[in-house]
Design a binder for this molecule. Structure first.
Ligand SMILES: NC(=O)c1ccc[n+]([C@@H]2O[C@H](COP(=O)([O-])OP(=O)(O)OC[C@H]3O[C@@H](n4cnc5c(N)ncnc54)[C@H](OP(=O)(O)O)[C@@H]3O)[C@@H](O)[C@H]2O)c1
Length: 297
């Protein structure tokens, strides 16, 4: 069996795609930018923007999990040339990590990738997830763990969250059965959508299992206050702070609450609930416990 090339293999979704495929006995070639410390036949150094890394990564590859790295916004010049090279080297099927609603939103870079794939002659499956639960770690982890706050300018509207594990499971199903998933677009969400006030309450419940009295507060800042906080306190680069503010504004307007049952359709099971996801990720927000003898009397 030829290996599946997994791009973004160190990322939020890609790491679970690698695990899903390996658990199913599918050979995986993980594409990574940093060379492994020890020689590793299952890893290949790959960068979408470094053509000298492409030939080795694509050698013998027929199927690929494609992640558009968040920092690559200009996909026509920085991502699609690598895909064209992969096609020329024999790529036959791409499972693309797109975005919920990419079919209606021509501004997002994912739309250009979808359009290219539709015209490429390569088979494709689009996995279009809603908002990752793991953003509560990647962007807001420090606030929740160290300050007991969830600072998001999303008002009281609901957002449709999804666990990266469910996104990866749908992608892996498509990678294992390209013929069954070719030309399909799956909108991958959890259910039901939740407000950030509800998320803070669920985080509180989860953390109180071992840290009685802890309360996570949803602060619902204004957009300018959020951007200031994201830049100065969380250290987000300004473009990322602005993009995330725009995403939360979309949520505030009630446009991010759509849910689907595609996880059930593809996997034959329900998506993880928000409470289940928060339980699985609780270590990210837990305060390190102080050993008894180190405590001040
Ligand atoms: N966050 C959400 O809620 C959400 C929802 C729907 C869709 N999405 C989409 O999901 C995608 C991101 O997926 P993710 O969150 O799993 O990724 P991620 O955690 O942000 O990780 C990005 C991955 O891309 C790799 N990478 C970065 N630059 C690269 C380059 N020039 N060449 C090759 N690889 C490179 C990184 O490798 P290194 O280890 O080398 O850095 C890392 O593995 C984005 O397109 C985003 O729009 C996100």
């Amino acid at each position: 069996m030829r290996p599946v090339l997994v791009t973004g293999a160190t990322g939020t979704v890609g790491r679970h795609v690698v695990a899903e495929l390996q658990a199913a006995g599918v050979p995986v070639r993980s594409a990574v930018r940093t060379p492994p410390a020890e020689p590793d036949a299952d890893r290949v150094v790959f960068d979408f923007t470094a053509p000298d890394t492409w030939a080795d990564a694509f050698a013998g590859i027929e199927s690929m999990f494609l992640v558009r790295p968040p920092e690559l916004t200009r996909v026509r010049s920085r991502l699609l040339p690598a895909l064209a090279a992969a096609r020329d080297q024999g790529l036959r099927h791409v499972v693309f990590l797109s975005l919920q609603g990419a079919e209606r939103n021509r501004v997002v870079p994912h739309a250009a990738v979808e359009t290219w794939l539709r015209r490429s002659g390569v088979g494709w499956t689009f996995v279009r997830p809603s908002f990752f639960v793991q953003n509560l770690i990647v962007i807001h982890g420090e606030d929740i763990r160290d300050r007991d706050i969830l600072a998001v300018p999303a008002g009281h509207s609901r957002t449709s969250f999804v666990d990266a594990r469910d996104v990866a499971a749908v992608a892996a199903a498509a990678l294992r059965d390209p013929a069954g998933h070719a030309g399909r677009a799956w909108t991958v969400t959890g259910r039901p959508a939740a407000s950030y006030g509800e998320v803070a309450a669920l985080l509180t419940t989860e953390l109180r299992r071992t840290e009685p009295g802890r309360t996570i507060r949803y602060t619902n800042p204004s957009v300018p206050a959020y951007v200031r906080h994201a830049r100065r306190t969380l250290g987000l680069p300004t473009p990322l702070a602005l993009i995330s503010a725009a995403i939360y504004t979309t949520a505030r307007l009630g446009l991010a609450a759509g849910v689907s049952d595609d996880v059930d359709t593809v996997l034959g099971r329900l998506p993880l609930s928000l409470a289940e996801s928060l339980h699985l990720e609780r270590a990210a927000w837990a305060r390190p416990s102080i050993p008894a003898k180190g405590r001040q009397e």
